[in-house]
Design a protein around this ligand. Structure first.
Ligand code: SDX
Length: 429
């Protein structure tokens, strides 16, 4: 029986609200008229039961561990597509044909350099500055250099700003790393692929030739695809919130970068390695750390475990576990932290605490090990996450602006402060 509406009885009055059905059969109660009709609002701190949009970009089934970009399973895209194909798919809705792919890639390649003036930005930042702070600041500053492409409703300007941002984010990111280690900034080489250019700008030095290892290039491409999009996660919801005020794409993505920085979100990949290092330094007593994670009085959590949506397994974690082994084998590296991570996963997944709370490794649990094997410093981990997530942010910003029904996002609240009271002059307080 297909449910058509939801009934709500308030103070003896019955109200009907329509049911919205998604293309995979998920159901939602459309409460857009709730306040007009009942004078009441809903309360859902953290939005665990609240849908903020209808979207055709990404589908996640947290119970089945399903993740699809525009209908394509992440496992297929990771095995067969390039990141630039996936970026095109997320943003424009279809996989590109050869001509579209060449035009898209060619245009992005022509925008990879940033204005020379912007390089001076890096001079005033302290060397220890976290690159996520730099990334957000420089992305925001791009809006001052490209005032010709800020209108979110002019298709040409939207196209140019999308290509500019996709092209320049890796350059901005790599420049911040070079700044932090006092090395010369390495310009993009447009003959390289997108992932290869990132590795080149990050790890090449002017004094020597640098060749990108094809296996590492493929792992980088896969890592970017894995992070491509994830429906209404914290940073994407931020992008939609900021973009709903009709802010330009650069300002909107700068806000998304800052939301992603948090250790509960994209900053978790950095926090996972810091946790594994602490366990390793502490002698590798996994039982002690698992018990700490279970102890309600201990604020310690197993970073890289748990997810708001995935309640069985995060398909991305499964892919990355194999990829991390592959990169370490290829580079002939043995990382004791990988051994700890695998043992930690084995122990945790036998613990009632984790099984009952349905806490499984998420995308951040293994991604850091791959980045570490590639030579990325800890602070750059969330930055690589941002490079992967960029097409997802762009896709949601574009989908929202293309929807004529979009309104500015402005949630309500339940006020729990003081009732009205009179001003008391300071000498009487
Ligand atoms: C990402 O949303 C997305 O899609 C995000 C992301 C994306 O691609 O955009 O997938 C990327 O951000 C992945 C998540 C990375 N963060 C971490 O790994 C940080 C560690 N994990 C948690 O802090 C937590 O699991 C969250 C933030 C991921 C989810 O938080 P929720 O859904 O609000 O769940 P919760 O904090 O309410 O936890 C439910 C229970 C709690 O216990 P009780 O209060 O019910 O007794 O589970 C416990 C928590 O204490 N718990 C953990 C735990 N995570 C949750 N206990 C120990 N270790 C953990 N990691």
């Amino acid at each position: 029986m297909s449910v058509k509406s939801a009934k709500l009885t308030l103070e003896g009055i019955e109200y009907d609200f329509p049911i919205v059905r998604g293309s995979e059969g998920e159901l939602g109660i459309d409460i857009r008229k709730l306040r007009d009709r009942t004078g009441m609002i809903t309360l859902d701190e953290g939005f665990g039961s609240t849908g903020s949009a209808k979207s055709a970009i990404t589908y996640i089934d947290g119970e089945q561990g399903i993740l699809r970009y525009r209908g394509y399973p992440i496992e297929e895209l990771c095995g067969k597509a390039s990141f630039m194909e996936v970026a095109y798919l997320l943003i424009y809705g279809e996989l590109p044909n050869e001509q579209q792919y060449e035009q898209f890639g060619g245009s992005v390649r022509r925008h990879t350099m940033i204005m020379e003036d912007i390089k001076r930005y890096y001079d005033v930042w302290p060397r220890h500055a976290h690159p996520m702070a730099l990334l957000s600041s420089v992305v925001s500053a791009l809006s001052t250099y490209y005032e010709d492409s800020l209108d979110p409703f002019d298709p040409h300007q939207v196209q140019v700003s999308i290509h500019r941002l996709l092209a320049k984010l890796p350059t901005i990111a790599a420049f911040s790393y070079k700044k932090s280690i006092g090395q010369p900034k390495i310009y993009p080489l447009n003959k390289l692929s997108y992932p290869a250019n990132i590795l080149h700008m990050m790890f090449a030095v002017p004094a020597e030739d640098y060749g990108v290892d094809p296996d590492v290039e493929r792992a980088m491409d896969k890592l970017l695809i894995i992070h491509g999009d994830h429906e209404q996660n914290c940073s994407t919801a931020t992008v939609r919130m900021v973009g709903s005020s009709q802010a330009n794409l650069f300002a909107t993505v700068a806000a998304g970068v800052l939301a992603l920085w948090g250790p509960l979100h994209g900053g978790a990949n950095q926090a996972v390695i810091e946790m594994l290092e602490a366990i390793h330094t502490d002698g590798g007593d996994l039982r002690k750390w698992v018990d700490k994670a279970k102890d309600k009085d201990d604020p310690f959590r197993l970073m890289g475990f748990g997810h708001r949506v995935y309640k069985n397994f995060d398909p991305r974690s499964t892919i990355l576990r194999e990829a991390s082994r592959g990169v370490l084998d290829k580079l002939g590296k043995h990382d004791p932290l990988l051994d700890i991570a695998i043992k930690l996963e084995e122990i945790a997944l036998k613990e009632d605490y984790f099984l009952e709370k349905r806490l499984y490794p998420n995308v951040d649990f293994y991604s850091g090990l791959i980045l570490r094997a590639m030579g990325f410093p800890l602070k750059m981990f969330p930055v690589v996450f941002a490079l992967g997530r960029l097409p997802g942010w762009i896709a949601h910003w574009k989908e929202m602006n293309d929807d004529p029904n979009t309104r500015i996002a402005r949630p309500r609240q339940i006020y729990v402060g003081h009732n009205e009271r009179k001003y008391v002059p300071i000498q009487e307080r």
